[in-house]
Design a binder for this molecule. Structure first.
Ligand code: NAP
Length: 867
């Protein structure tokens, strides 16, 4: 039973919403012995399942998983009747939970919170309700759901219609009877797709107004899947644990089959299996790369379109129902029961609003650009102001009176999707920046509630009373949320995930797509690191361990995990020959990089024998001369060759529009310092002298390199300056080795765990140069004379031991009057920027590099060729 308020109207916590999250939050707060009041504008529990009573409303996560797990007895006492339970059954379940735990006594129904103000001197929230009550509380928790604020109809004349008007999101409790009626449904998202087949059963005429065709797969509803019931019977705890540590909140082995490389039969087999299974996470897991690679995504999308074409008899209608304007999954896919087949009924018609947009709703129907329709009823299935709508509408004002709406005017900003700076003790359950809508909601809700409850418990134990994220931690999380989205295809769609369905809403990727497991891990780490990124105050003192919980690019982190799992021996423990073999083996099967106009191999004379080179020409008119970039591969002067950096060279060529000439040089330990540097300089001289034959433009020459290749490129620039030629237009140094001093902080911070380690760097130096030579500018160009060198673009990666020497070189060049562009590869390692088509987040960095290369040659022609 709840602790009563010690002072009337004063509670420890106020919760808004009595759906899945609000009910469980109340339960947990009570366990902590706090006094709690829950408000809900509905007259019963249920949240989304209270309001969305339209015909056909069901969950789209199997109900065996769409259920609370906190109460094992409850799990035994409740049995779901179907694979996907109906709205009435889910509502009944929530009522059952509320009664079982006696939760109703702390819930004030039919009461909406109208405003919440943070009272700084009191360190309390002041809450007012539409019943004129004012309440004080220490903690204010919004459990208002992600899809609870219906989007108001943004259609001309919407208020004018004289017939019956229905909203799927606010369906009348007594239901609707469409028998004998002419009915319009506007909207073909999940709500429309679920309700249309059932409305068609009653209506005399049904006209569906579709703006965007949507992907939907058959739910194959029926009894709960036997395999899942068995798993639950055998080991319920293990099953729930697996759900909590899965990507989406439902146990599922993520596939490693790539759509682009799988055979046709494997593709078909995997797709058909997922189609038969009828589960969202299954169809989103046909291929590992379907969420990030357009070509792979299109394989799944086209197979779904085939299914639509075979289900719908009229070819024109079928084609209109085939989604073509967004990648599969980037708008929430739907599960249906007989949706597409409904269009075969003689009284059902699809109107494609892309061809004939709605001009206006009229008194008796709908007018499109081409036709006038008369209706008895209009059903709006037009969706929600998702994820932020209910939060900003609630008139929440934090410190200094700043409202949430004002703070989020350009898009939401949160720490972990749970809190936002400037709003102390204000928690959001499943807020923007959390996995929420991309996951099984019940699993995410339990995680959030448990985290908040544990946080309050920890605070209480320490005598702390207020908590708020720091600006740094919040900005870091916002960036991480966007980074995770940016490597996927999701931001390309005009979806409600992007806020694109609400006119004027800022376009921001709202949910966290890194996965339920990764999110849980981040939240746990924050808590275990003294609530990293939160400021806490109270009689127990003030404390703040400021910081950012995730700053590595998510795909870089995945690569590191993958490499760690391979359990490879550290390179520095191998012989040079074995290290070279290992490097070649790990490069096998990687994506080849972009197609180019022409790639040819050849040799040039070096100071001590021939040096192999590979020439990359971009597509476009052959024979047209272009600027020339002489490139040197990485590998610590010991490893690497023309093949090792082939995808990167292709990428540099495609992005810059220049001819790229990759030159191999002599390697250590067979031939030591300064052979590599001398070879590089000789190659630059030869390229300059033979520019025309190479397809270059005489006098338009740049050098480039990665890692040790950038070292010899930088040295070649100094040698060319000293020798008064050749003239070099620019130097591109990607994560360069420019000094032999290994004491800079980045060696300390990044010396272990990010592929290039301090130990490996030492091994490289030992192979390449005697200690006495390592201070020489031809080994450590940072120590040379830097005046008069060509303009530079230097890439420095956050998680690279060489980061600080790259930055130091940029600063030193600038001080010497050399124009420098320093490109910080945020969240990258020494190697990740170069991993073309593997590390997607490296693409924008390489786009910047391509631009820098073009800027070395300010000829309008090159700029034009690339654009
Ligand atoms: P929705 O997915 O946003 O779909 C709204 C539909 O209305 C879209 O087809 C949209 O077209 C159309 N629309 C909106 N404004 C329009 C206008 N002015 N003119 C013409 N068409 C317009 O909304 P929803 O179907 O209510 O679903 C929202 C989310 O709730 C789902 O994605 C899902 O996450 C959840 N949901 C789940 C279930 C379930 O099975 N458990 C059921 C219902 C909802 P555009 O696409 O062109 O904007």
């Amino acid at each position: 039973m709840n602790k009563p308020a010690s002072v009337p109207g004063h509670f420890d916590a106020v919760v808004v919403g009595a759906g899945f999250s609000g009910l469980y939050m109340l339960y947990r707060l009570r366990q902590l012995g706090l006094s709690v009041k829950v408000f809900d504008s509905a007259d019963d529990v249920g949240g989304t399942w209270y309001w969305n009573r339209y015909p056909g409303a069901r969950c789209d996560i199997p109900t065996t998983d769409y259920t609370y797990s906190f109460d094992p007895e409850l799990e035994k006492e409740w049995t779901w009747s179907e694979k996907y339970a109906t709205q009435p059954e889910i509502l009944e379940y929530l009522r059952f939970v509320a009664d079982r735990h006696g939760l109703r006594s702390d819930i004030e129904f039919s009461t909406a919170v109208t405003s919440a103000r943070w009272d700084e001197p009191e360190q309390r929230w002041r809450i007012t309700t539409d019943r004129g009550k004012e309440i004080r509380c220490r903690y204010y928790i919004m459990a208002t759901g992600c899809l609870s604020m219906p989007k108001s109809p943004d259609i001309e004349g919407a208020g004018r219609f004289a017939g019956q008007v229905y909203f799927t999101s606010r369906w009348p409790h007594e239901g609707a009877d469409f028998t004998g009626q002419r009915v319009a449904v506007i909207g073909t998202g999940s709500s429309g797709i679920q309700s249309i087949p059932l409305i068609a059963r009653q209506a005399r005429q049904l006209t569906v107004f579709q703006r965007t065709a949507n992907f939907s797969i058959p739910a194959h509803n029926g009894p709960a899947p036997a395999d899942r019931l068995e798993q639950l019977d055998v080991g319920r705890d293990a099953y729930r644990h697996a759900a909590r540590w899965s990507r989406g909140g439902v146990p599922l082995e993520p596939t490693d089959v790539l759509g682009v490389t799988a055979s046709e039969s494997v593709r078909r087999e995997r797709f058909e299996a997922a189609w038969e299974q009828g589960e969202l996470f299954g169809i989103l897991n046909v291929f590992a790369d379907q969420g990030v690679n357009p070509a792979s995504n299109d394989i799944v999308a086209e197979m779904i379109r085939e299914k639509i074409r075979s289900a719908v008899k009229d070819p024109e209608t079928a084609e209109a129902l085939c989604p073509k304007d967004h990648y599969f999954g980037t708008k929430r896919p739907c599960l249906d029961t007989g949706y597409f087949e409904t269009y075969n009924l003689p009284h059902v018609r699809l109107v494609d609003l892309r061809k004939q947009p709605i001009v206006s709703i009229t008194e008796d129907g709908i007018e499109t650009a081409d036709e006038s329709f008369g209706f008895d009823a209009i059903v709006y299935a037009t969706g929600f102001d998702a994820m932020t709508g209910a939060l900003v509408a609630a008139d929440v004002a934090g410190q200094d009176g700043l409202s949430l709406k004002e703070k989020w005017a350009a898009g939401p900003s949160t720490y972990l999707g749970l809190m936002t700076a400037g709003f102390p003790n204000f928690f959001m359950l499943t807020g923007p920046g959390s996995p929420s809508v991309l996951s099984n909601m019940t699993v995410s809700i339990e995680q959030h509630v448990d985290w908040v409850a544990r946080c309050l418990e920890d605070m209480c134990e320490e005598g702390l009373e207020t908590i708020e994220p720091t600006a740094l931690a919040e900005a870091g999380w916002d960036q991480h949320v966007q980074d995770c989205g940016a490597i996927t295809l999701y931001p390309t769609a005009n979806s409600w995930y992007m806020g694109a369905n609400v006119p004027g809403k800022p376009r921001v990727f709202l949910p966290y797509i890194g996965g339920v497991d990764a999110y849980r891990q981040a939240c746990d780490e924050v808590a275990s690191q003294d609530y990293l990124g939160f400021r806490m105050t109270g009689p127990g003192g003030d404390r703040c361990r400021d910081g950012v919980v995730r700053s590595m690019q998510p795909d870089v982190a995945m690569v590191l995990e993958f490499v760690a799992a391979l359990g490879l021996p550290p390179m520095e423990t191998l012989s040079a020959a074995d290290a070279r073999a290992l490097m070649a083996a790990t490069a096998e099967g990687r994506p080849p990089g972009p197609e180019l106009g022409e790639v040819t191999d050849g040799v040039i004379p070096g100071p001590a024998g021939d040096l192999p080179y590979r020439l990359y020409r971009p597509g476009g008119p052959s024979g047209r001369p272009r600027p020339l970039v002489v490139y040197f591969h990485g590998g610590g002067w010991v490893l690497g060759n023309l093949d090792s950096d082939d995808p990167l060279c292709r990428d540099l060529c495609a992005r810059s529009g220049a001819v790229v000439m990759s030159v191999n040089y002599r390697h250590a330990p067979e031939v030591r310092f300064p052979a590599a540097a001398l070879d590089a300089f000789a190659a630059v001289q030869w390229a300059d002298a033979n520019a025309t034959e190479l397809g270059g433009i005489p006098g338009q020459l740049a050098v480039a390199g990665w890692s040790a290749g950038a070292n010899v490129a930088a040295v070649a620039c100094q040698l060319a300056r000293d020798a008064a030629g050749p003239r070099i237009s620019g130097q591109l140094l990607i994560c360069p080795v420019v000094d032999s001093d290994m004491t800079r902080p980045s060696y300390e911070e990044n010396g272990d765990g990010y592929i290039l380690t301090t130990a490996l760097m030492r091994w490289f130096w030992d192979h390449y140069a005697d200690p006495a030579d390592r201070g020489e500018p031809r080994a450590a160009p940072l120590r040379g004379d830097l005046e008069g060198l060509p303009p530079a673009c230097i890439v420095a990666a956050d998680f690279d031991p060489l980061r600080d020497e790259g930055v130091a070189y940029a600063r030193a060049l600038e001080a010497a009057g050399v124009p420098v562009r320093l490109a910080r590869a945020r969240g990258h390692t020494h190697t990740s920027v170069t991993m073309v088509d593997v590390v997607i987040s490296g693409a924008p960095v390489r786009a910047g590099i391509g631009e820098a290369l073009r800027d070395f040659f300010p000829s309008a022609e090159l700029q034009e060729q690339v654009s």
